[in-house]
Design a protein around this ligand. Structure first.
Ligand code: CUA
Length: 273
């Protein structure tokens, strides 16, 4: 009778458990590195990430436990052939049915969240025109499309234009939907804000758009995430999420600086309301 010695099997078991532990640690590290996100959309994605991860860990645990149980409980004891049979209706049905149910469940949750994330902003929402170029960014705001407090009759556009040596700052107000329109006139860039948990390409000849509602104020670093030439690494920018008052004050100051003092007369009227 040739049997694998117990200590070797224990060693194998220990190795398996160590591998599982490593996988768990990797997940933990990933969650420490990966921020939870500062927008409604990011938080939904973060929830989805954890739902899928935890579902996977539960399946892993159950399958692993069943495997270890079967290995120990039904290990070869002697040379007698165990009872032979063919098929096992209930087990086979469960082994097909349960995964199908899990996949349908995950698909449904993913679709619901995807639809919520892809929800388009109302027309009244603030729109920011983002243009990526070799090698920085331009963020343009139309004065009649500033979301809350907008004067529909305001005219003109203000823009923040960065250079590779001087990272631009993208101002946006907190707690309201902001729509981004992404354009490029040279090559493909990618608008990546880590704390949005979101990344979208800027493709010459088309306009990509997405909408987020930020829930935290502060500065969040961002960058181009598509290799677009020699200075790709210099295409960094900062997303600055501020309170509405501060945003309006910034717009007024930029409009005065870029368009002349008279530019925002009517808008500053509505701001005083
Ligand atoms: Cu633009 Cu990389």
């Amino acid at each position: 009778m040739r049997r694998v010695p117990l200590h070797r099997r224990l060693r194998l078991l220990a190795a398996t458990l160590a591998a599982a532990l490593l996988a768990l640690l990797a997940t933990g590290t990933a969650s420490a590195i990966q921020p939870g996100g500062i927008t409604d959309e990011a938080r939904l994605m973060n929830d989805l990430f954890w739902i899928v991860t935890i579902a996977g860990l539960i399946v892993f645990g159950l399958v692993g436990a069943a495997l270890v149980y079967a290995m120990i409980r039904y290990r070869r004891q002697n040379d007698e052939l165990p009872p032979q049979f063919h098929g096992g209706g209930k087990i086979e049905a469960a082994m097909v049915g349960v995964p199908v149910l899990i996949v349908i469940g995950l698909f449904t949750i993913s679709m619901i969240i995807l639809v919520q994330i892809d929800d388009k902003a109302e027309d009244e929402a603030l729109t920011i025109d983002v243009t990526g170029f070799q090698f920085s960014w331009q963020f343009a705001y139309n004065l009649n499309d500033l979301g809350t407090n907008t004067d529909p009759n305001a005219e003109g556009t203000i823009a923040v234009i960065g250079t590779p040596a001087n990272d631009p700052i993208l101002y946006m107000p907190v707690d309201e939907p902001v729509e981004f329109l992404l354009k490029s006139n040279d090559v493909i860039h990618s608008f990546y804000v880590k704390d949005f948990l979101y990344k979208l390409d800027l493709i010459p000849g088309r306009v990509n758009s997405f909408t987020v509602t930020a829930r935290e104020t502060g500065d969040f670093s961002a960058q181009c995430a598509e290799l677009c030439g020699t200075n790709h690494a210099l295409m960094r920018f900062t997303v600055r999420v501020v309170e509405r008052d501060e945003f309006d004050a910034w717009v007024a100051a930029e409009a005065a600086r870029q368009l002349g003092d008279g530019a925002l007369v009517s808008t500053s009227g509505t701001q005083g309301d």
